[in-house]
Ligand binder design. Structure first.
Ligand code: ZN
Length: 490
């Protein structure tokens, strides 16, 4: 391919030509979830965005090492270091072991992302599995003079770092504003300045998650794990660091400070940030009830939407917006996405039945060039989808006899469309998506209920019992009521 890839770098705030540090190899780190609750739909959007980037880089022929961590310790309730560990808090509230919380929500995270057909990363390290590396990193930062110990806790000295380097270059905040705007919270008396952040926290006696260290029995600060693990698996300098927009400050800013204070060089060449997802025009928040979990959309068990939507439809919907723009999810938008997605699948399936001719009304090479142009322009999936629909429209026109296609173009489309739809966009091309399966199941059971009613009307109880028992054996329970028979899948 002659075209070059351009990516929007949050650090320089412009699109830059993508040139990895070592040819043909890409190192990419993405901040993963804190596993103390079910994965949010907004997080899913972020991970789908980086899944597209991972997939497209591989499509271009790069060998990619994709590292995405699991935060299973150290993420405090608020970012000012004064709160309780989120996982420890959840464990305390539910009277369970912190590692039970971690296990439960790691399973939920993996299951949901698999339903949404995101590829697993090359390495998925956990914070608790890298305590040694984090302690070593703190030692190195202390040695360089950018951290200090107080009462068994270690803090990063932001003002000292800012004198020698610049703190705030990613988020565009300057230290004077930060000093002005940072509140001093309870429990922060140990810090020299409120902007400083914890590298190691001494554990209170009741704190269950704790590890020995040269400073105290305690736990690492949240920002530390990403620097320790990205350095370990990708080196002190790597190509892409990604995450949600909300992580730019303070999390990513702190990562830069930690890495630069030890390695004396910028850790990341391209910083990429995915934008947020709103629901019915408003910010998603559990507290206001304007919130929906992915599995509630897939199952239809929610009060916001009148029907279920398959993970493929949700994924297709998400890809209809560019990853850097805000996206609003609503029933109307999902219905439109569902229609569009099934039309696309139908078009690809009908390629097998098109009649070819000597003439061709489709300019394949120009079309392919435009598709690549879209993705090479900072992974512009909505433009790629628009191009795909040009092909879809053409396929239907040929099917209706209003246009012609030759064998060569047909073969090329048969080869290329699945590459874009399946390999790059990560959408399934078979028709057995979850919602269609549910639909088929509902229709089949309804048919069996009709047959059973008929048998009962004919006093053929042998047949009616046979149907009921056979369904029962498949965990489908029938309920006979005044309004007729309903069923439930257990
Ligand atoms: Zn991170």
């Amino acid at each position: 391919m002659s075209q070059e890839l351009f990516v929007y770098n949050s650090l320089t705030k412009r699109k830059e030509k993508f040139e990895p540090l070592s040819p043909n190899h890409v190192g990419m780190y993405v901040c993963g979830p804190t596993v103390y609750s079910n994965v949010h739909l907004g997080n899913c959007r972020t991970f789908i965005s980086f899944d597209i980037i991972y997939r497209y880089l591989q499509y271009l022929g790069y060998k990619v090492r994709y590292v995405r961590n699991i935060t299973d310790a150290g993420h405090l309730e608020n970012d000012e270091d004064a709160g309780e560990d989120r996982i420890a808090k959840k464990a305390r509230l539910e009277s369970i072991e912190p590692m039970e919380v971690v296990q439960r929500y790691t399973v939920d995270f993996h299951r949901t992302l698999q339903q949404l057909n995101t590829l697993p990363p090359s390495i998925e390290p956990t914070a608790t599995g890298h305590i040694v590396e984090q302690i070593e990193l703190i030692k190195a930062i202390l040695k360089e003079g950018y951290a200090y110990e107080v009462n068994g806790s270690v803090y990063f000295d932001v003002l000292k770092f800012n004198k020698d380097h610049r703190y705030g270059k990613l988020s565009g905040r300057n230290i004077e504003d930060l000093i002005h705007n940072t509140r001093t919270l309870d429990g922060q008396q140990d810090k020299k300045n409120p902007q400083d952040f914890a590298l190691w926290k001494k554990a209170e006696p009741q704190h269950i998650m704790r590890w020995p260290s040269p400073w105290s029995d305690g736990f690492p600060g949240w920002h530390l794990e990403c620097t320790a693990m990205s350095t370990k698996y990708l080196g002190p300098q790597f190509d892409i660091h990604g995450g949600g927009m909300d992580l730019k400050f303070p999390h990513h800013e702190c990562e830069i400070a930690q890495a630069e204070s030890v390695h004396k060089e910028a850790p990341v060449k391209y910083w990429l940030h995915a934008n947020m997802l709103t629901l019915n025009g408003k910010k998603m928040a559990k507290s206001t009830g304007n919130n929906i979990l992915p599995h509630e959309i897939f199952s239809g068990e929610n009060t916001l939407f009148s029907k279920s939507f398959s993970p493929d439809v949700v994924r297709f919907f998400i890809l209809q917006a560019h990853y850097r723009s805000i996206l609003d999810i609503s029933e109307t938008a999902l219905l439109a996405a569902e229609k569009g997605y099934s039309r696309m699948v139908e078009a690809v399936a009908s390629l097998d039945h098109l009649i070819t001719s000597d003439r061709c009304d489709f300019e394949y090479d120009i079309w392919l060039e435009k598709c690549h142009q879209a993705m090479n322009d900072d992974f512009n999936t909505p433009i790629l989808i628009a191009q795909l629909f040009d092909a879809v429209k053409f396929i239907f026109t040929v099917k209706n006899g209003a246009a012609k296609i030759n064998q060569e173009t047909l073969d090329k489309l048969k080869n290329q469309l699945p590459l874009f739809i399946h390999n790059v966009l990560g959408l399934h091309l078979n028709t057995d998506s979850t919602s269609q399966q549910t639909d088929t199941l509902e229709k089949s059971v309804a048919l069996l209920i009709t047959l059973r009613d008929k048998a009962r009307a004919n006093k053929d109880f042998e047949t009616s019992d046979l149907i009921r028992d056979a369904l029962n054996a498949m965990n489908i329970q029938l309920f006979d009521g005044k309004e007729g028979t309903t069923f439930k899948v257990n």
